[in-house]
Write a protein that binds this ligand. Structure first.
Ligand code: XMP
Length: 512
């Protein structure tokens, strides 16, 4: 895909590198991330309208800390340094950086010179998000201080003639009151962008490029029912219709009716060939007697590909192989470790006996939220586009201990009730992920005059924006009561429901 207007986010190992690129794209300018190890020739030939230096955990004077040749400041391309990137600009341009007498962390008031183009349209005093122990003690020659805080005399500086700007705070995080406006100013006022990155344009140009690349050949796509592969399927269907064959392996461990939903969505709404491999029996046989979580994961993963490649071996004509790889799967890390290429966990390993004309990854430039926008524009139903994350091994990691057909059915029913109540109450929009778990536990209960000894269901619901850490969700008691009442009434094999009140860490989101 060709984009004419591009911003480079040069990654110095900060935790917000992807967030910066996403914020730039929210402003309708394409942003790509390169590690600080990328050679300057690559940057010169990249035709970038501007460069943003990210933050990083280091001190510019550490020998091992990431640096870049100062030639980058003389390319005539506007630069915005953020946090460590700000100190690096100062260091590269001949200023001084030292340990600040008072480190700043959190929300801090910035006094800004609003005559600076970077601060156009913002208030003189506003809240910004700070996180630093070093600061610029002496700005470089040619630079003017345009922002300060109580403990940071140079919280923002500029060399307007050279279009080089640097801010000690993080405009990309939402805690910075006018951060969005500052990034907008950098892109439009300083870099002269026009805002060409629009999802409609992406769809049109990608469809045209796919038509061109695929020609009259076939394409095969593994469809999981997850957001990425679903959107890739819809795009390919728009481009080449029946030349596309989607292969959907139903391992029998999806949520209630989910396999049918995926099948009906893609066969009814989109023009394509659809192959559904119903493999529940095979999976159950392979999983018989297996209790160890990691063994279960391995068996499910291995069997999935066995079934998948067997379907593909049966295709007379193969053509291209398509995948729903997205941008975060492709970004080269700027963490500075020797192994700078991130594991491409979404890219599958192909068996030696299966060959294709080539690999097609139509979403490889998009972030997840952009993938969702494209999905909506292509007419994929909202419940699929906004589907909460669902692990590859499916309910296999939510049934603790041995997996049986009966346990899968019980868990599917309980999970469906939980989802139904969360949807009806509207509470689901406040949750990042929620589901039911079937632990390998039976408890004593009472029903009428009878003693019962039945299954326990655990409910799990979390809020998070990154899944590395998560908080247990404070679902109102009356809602939990409704879910518990329905589960124990509607599923005779369950007589007790508990709610998981563990955050991550120390718990994980899933139970296995
Ligand atoms: P944990 O349990 O590690 O989960 O806190 C974090 C996120 O990852 C998902 N998850 C998985 N996804 N295969 C997947 O594709 C897996 O084996 C797997 N285990 C956990 C989990 O659902 C949550 O969104």
């Amino acid at each position: 895909m060709s984009v004419t207007e591009k911003i480079l986010v040069l990654d110095f190992g900060g935790q917000y590198n992807q967030l910066i690129a996403r914020r730039v794209r929210d402003e309708h300018v394409f942003a790509e991330i390169l590690p600080y190890t990328a050679p300057i020739e690559r940057i010169k030939s990249g035709n970038y309208k501007g460069i943003i230096f990210t933050g990083g955990p280091n001190s510019v004077y550490d020998e091992s800390s990431p640096h870049y040749t100062s030639e980058i400041l003389s390319l005539g391309i506007p630069v915005l340094g953020i946090c460590y990137g700000c100190q690096l600009v100062a260091f590269m341009a001949g200023g001084e950086v030292s340990t600040a007498p008072v480190s700043e962390y959190g929300k801090i008031v910035l006094s800004a010179n609003i005559n600076s183009l970077l601060f156009k349209g913002i208030k003189r005093k506003s809240v910004v998000w700070m996180s630093h122990t070093d600061y610029i003690s002496k700005p470089p020659k040619g630079f003017k201080v345009v922002g300060k805080t109580e403990n940071c005399p140079c919280a923002a500086m500029e060399n307007a003639a050279k279009k080089i700007y640097a801010v000690q705070f993080h405009p990309e995080v939402t805690h910075s009151e006018y951060g969005k406006q500052m990034l907008h100013n950098f892109l439009y006022e300083i870099c002269g962008c026009k805002g060409e990155w629009q999802m409609d344009g992406f769809i049109d140009s990608t469809v045209a490029a796919l038509k061109n690349e695929i020609g009259g050949k076939k394409v095969i796509l593994g469809l999981s029912g997850g957001v990425d592969s679903s959107v890739a399927a819809a795009l390919l269907s728009k481009a080449v219709g029946k030349q596309l064959t989607c292969v959907f392996v139903d391992q029998g461990l999806m949520r209630k009716d989910e396999g049918d939903m995926v099948e009906s969505t893609f066969t009814k709404l989109f023009d394509m060939n659809f192959i559904r491999a119903n493999a529940q029996q095979t999976f159950l046989e392979k999983l018989k007697g297996v209790k160890d979580p990691e063994k279960k994961r391995k068996i499910i993963g291995k069997e999935f590909y066995n079934v998948f490649w067997d379907v593909i071996r049966n295709q007379e004509e193969r053509g291209f192989f398509a995948q729903g790889t997205i941008y975060p799967d492709c970004i080269e890390s700027g963490k500075g470790d020797a192994d700078t290429i991130k594991t491409h966990h979404n890219r599958v390993k192909m068996p030696k006996d299966i060959q294709f004309e080539g690999i097609i990854e139509p979403l490889k430039d998009l972030f997840k939220d952009e993938v969702r926008l494209v999905g909506e524009k292509l007419g994929i139903p909202k419940e699929l586009v906004w589907r909460q994350p669902f692990p590859g091994p499916g309910l296999g990691v939510r049934i603790i201990g041995e997996i049986t057909a009966e346990k899968v059915r019980i868990l599917q029913e309980a999970d469906a009730i939980f989802r139904d109540e969360m949807a009806k109450s509207g509470y689901e929009s406040q949750l990042s992920q929620f589901f039911a778990v079937l632990p390998d536990v039976r408890t004593v209960g009472v029903m009428g005059d009878h003693r019962t000894y039945e299954h326990l269901i655990a409910l799990r619901a979390v809020t998070t924006d990154n899944f590395m850490t998560a908080d247990w969700a404070h679902i109102p008691y009356d809602l939990l009561e409704k879910v518990s009442g329905r589960i124990t009434n509607e599923i005779p094999q369950v007589n007790r429901v508990v709610y998981d009140i563990t955050s991550k860490p120390p718990g994980t989101v899933e139970w296995e």
